[in-house]
Design a protein around this ligand. Structure first.
Ligand SMILES: Cc1ncc(COP(=O)(O)O)c(C=O)c1O
Length: 342
């Protein structure tokens, strides 16, 4: 029987429709580096979802998408304000600082979400040459804590950013989960609410690899093709990323996969909620479930279904579901938890 875990949506395999698209693209020669019909079609689909004006660039991974998108939006004396839990802050080995030269100004949040109040203190230093200049607010949608910004929250943040000559960057490694959770189109949490730069995730939603950097203002994209190449993210066999995005975005695969993983997270949370020893630490709004478990039982549970401890001090753990999580996985895991905690 195939083995699955609750460690990460990155641990899952590739959706069969995506694999089929890769296989179908494996036909003859096409021009390398993106000058090919697969890439043309995939870019057209991004424009269908996000608007005709967007500029789209495919890259290998999410860290690269974040680093390059931020690089395009900043000078080295700028700063990027983000949540302390942001992937760019804790899980990218300092790559954003190294490659943009910018300082990250991280703020404490209870749920991974930033508000204008978090950013305001940094505005006091604007124009003072001894301080870095806050230029970008970077948010994750959905957040690393599994929470989701509403369109209204996003609009408030972008209006605040623009009023203060800042830009809004969205790490959308899991943007499909956010849109599915809100039951709205991708455009409603990006184009329509004033996002400037987006890292659009593929790998966490059923692709083998590949992410996209989307610019909503084409002026920000000027020179990006050179940055991508310098930043080592220009795939020669681009068609195999493009074909995957085509499969994901042409119909509703992006939504089906995200809805499924969100639904599995809801089911897992509902089942675990029946056990009084488990305390939830975040609202379950996408495909992550955060909870405090009695410490001594964690290694026993991890043996069969691996998952990560999020905070060793508080014994908080993170369960992630994926497009291929099954109801049986959840039932079996909850049975194990119940037995172990008994
Ligand atoms: C919120 C978020 N952003 C970005 C990434 C980066 O992805 P990659 O591992 O492809 O660099 C991840 C990966 O887990 C993530 O969770």
């Amino acid at each position: 029987m195939s083995k699955r875990s609750f460690a990460s949506d990155n641990n899952s395999g590739v959706h069969p429709e995506i694999l089929k698209a890769i296989s179908a693209a494996n036909d003859g020669h096409v021009v390398a580096y993106g000058d090919d019909p697969y890439t043309d079609r995939a870019v057209a689909l991004f424009r269908k979802h996000f608007g005709k004006q967007v500029e789209v660039f495919f890259v290998f991974g999410g860290t690269g998408a974040n680093v390059l998108g931020l690089k395009a939006a900043t000078e080295p004396y700028h700063a990027v304000v983000c949540a302390e839990t942001a992937h760019i802050n804790v899980d990218e080995c300092g790559a954003p600082e190294r490659f943009t030269g910018c300082k990250l100004l991280d703020v404490a949040t209870s749920d991974g979400k930033i508000t204008p109040e978090h950013v305001k203190p940094f505005l006091d230093h604007i124009g003072f040459e001894h301080h870095v200049q806050a230029r970008v607010i970077s948010i994750s949608q959905s957040t690393e804590m599994g929470t989701v910004y509403t369109p209204r929250e996003l609009k408030t943040l972008s209006s605040f950013a623009h009023k203060n000559s800042m830009l809004l960057h969205m790490d959308g490694a899991r943007i499909a989960n956010a849109a599915a959770s809100l039951r709205i189109d991708l455009r409603k949490i990006t184009t329509d609410v004033g996002v400037d730069v987006l890292s659009f995730g593929g790998a966490k939603n059923g692709m083998m690899f590949g992410e996209a950097v989307v610019f909503f203002d084409p002026k920000l994209a000027v020179g990006f093709k050179y940055l991508r190449k310098q930043g080592t993210h220009l795939p020669s066999k681009m068609r195999f990323i493009s074909a995957q995005f085509e499969a994901l975005l042409a119909k509703d695969l992006w939504r089906r996969n995200a809805e499924h993983s969100n639904r599995m997270a809801q089911l897992l949370a509902a089942e675990l909620a029946k056990l009084p020893q488990i305390k939830f630490t975040q609202k379950v709004e996408s495909n992550g479930v955060f909870a405090i478990l009695p410490k001594k039982y964690i290694p026993l549970l991890q043996k069969k279904y691996f998952f990560y401890v999020w905070n060793e001090q508080t014994s908080e753990v993170r369960f992630m579901t994926s497009f291929d999580t099954t109801e049986d996985d959840i039932k079996d895991f909850v049975r194990l938890v119940r037995k172990t905690l008994a």
